[in-house]
Design a protein around this ligand. Sequence first.
Ligand code: ARG
Length: 543
Amino acid sequence: RQRSYSVGSTFDFNAHLFPLSASASDPLYLSLDPTTNRGHSQNLEKQKSITYLNGLSLVVGLQIGSGIFSSPAQVNSNAGSPGAALLIWLLSGILAWTGASSYAELGGAIPLSGGAQAYLQHIFGDLSAFLFAWVAVVVMRPGSAAIISIIAGEYLGSVFWGSLTEDADPPPQLAVKALALAGMWMITILNCLSTKAGTRMGDVFLLIKLISLMAITIIGIVVAITGFSVKPGGPSMEWKMGNWFEGSSKDPGAYAVALYAGLWAFDGWDNVNYITGEMKNPTRDLPRVIHSAMPLVISCYLLANVSYFFVLPSSVIASSTTVAVRFGTTVFGSVGGILFALAVSISCLGALNATTFTSGRLVYVAGKQGYLPKIFGRLGIRSVSNSVSTPTTIRVPIFGTSYTRTPIFAMLLNAFLTSFFVIIGSFEALIAFYGVAGYSFYFLTVLGLIILRYREPGLERPYRCWIVTPIVFCCVSLFLVSRGVFGAPIQTGGVIIFVMVGVVVFWVRVGPPKVVKRALGKLRFWKKGRKEEGWSAVGEARP
Ligand code: ARG
């Protein structure tokens, strides 16, 4: 079954339904050419601005966030020994890599923006794509952004409140949330004002975190060799004696929890897939981004973890949720603690920037697609001057001659939802929801890759991954989802209810599926035109 996209090719429902959205002059607007099934931009090559390095910065920038500085406790306490913990880190990295490689194949074959939304639509149709957009836009993306902002707020708060030592009282909750919101809104506003400003800020933050991780590695090695430390008491030399695998856990359940924590630290590998349509050369650069980001991040994480072991006793690593700060205080005293706390908050803000950038694009594409109200599929204050009849250009004064061509409404929606989760969200509940929902969709999408190999063998795939890769990823994600189901039944119930509400919303917008319609009798206007055009024609036929 060859599905062709109706967007902009056979039937331009955007132009039809949303004449104001001026799709043809939109930099993010892409469509598949039904004859070749390849993506093409509509005369907008010059706006396809994302380079290989931008893509790399988006992926690595989101991956290195809170996890490497705070998850070691979870990995360690569950793995039981330094050796087992390091293996879990390696395994998480490789698993993330299998997912990322699978997404690289999908992104090459279906080079559209929107990530899983575009792939699911191609493979399983509109309902699955809508459900992904629904869950991702409303909960997963803002929820994970909220988690990262809260962690940033906690670290910043503990610097301001001087509560960096283990026995000090944590900063007040209100302050943590206020700082989280301030950071998140600052990043959102900057990204709304200018795409360049957003990517530049991302690059600077990324540089800072790479330097911090490198510093951790170098300090660890120096300490290991010389035993150097400013603080009396000094580093633990525990690693020198004994067996690195002593005490390894024997409980598979514990390893699953450790794996979850490790995978959180590597999560974000799909970030560039959300903006494939904006890449200058997606078929070449998408796999290149994945295959350079993954080994880079895996090596950074392994080295940092080895360094933690050089400096801190494993009991401390297993119990402290602020490993990096403990690391800093142990080697350099309180100044070191402050420096590392700042580095961690910058790392989180950088991840927040990377996720804000692509969440905006995801919401935007969902708006374009008709999955969300059309306002979200519009760019912000922008020039329409290249069309002859509308010479208005609204300029944003601080950026001189430039005007923002950013999906402002989409990013504002994301920011409001994120604020909501920051204010009311419980950290554990968010993480559990994110795990179950996230891995369900990862599973479905990568399963789709396998199905697509059989169903459309002729589909052009500029990059093909080894078939074992998606199979491994599917097995692992299924395992993680099933563990999540038993481990967090309430959140799983939440996910299921939320998805079901999504199904109802979909039916309200598109009309119920054939079976239901038949049962309900003849609802004329829903039937009219539904057959060929899918979603678009239905929108058209609605009174
Ligand atoms: N890896 C990131 C961290 O360690 C988390 C990424 C969350 N994923 C997302 N799509 N926002 O903090």
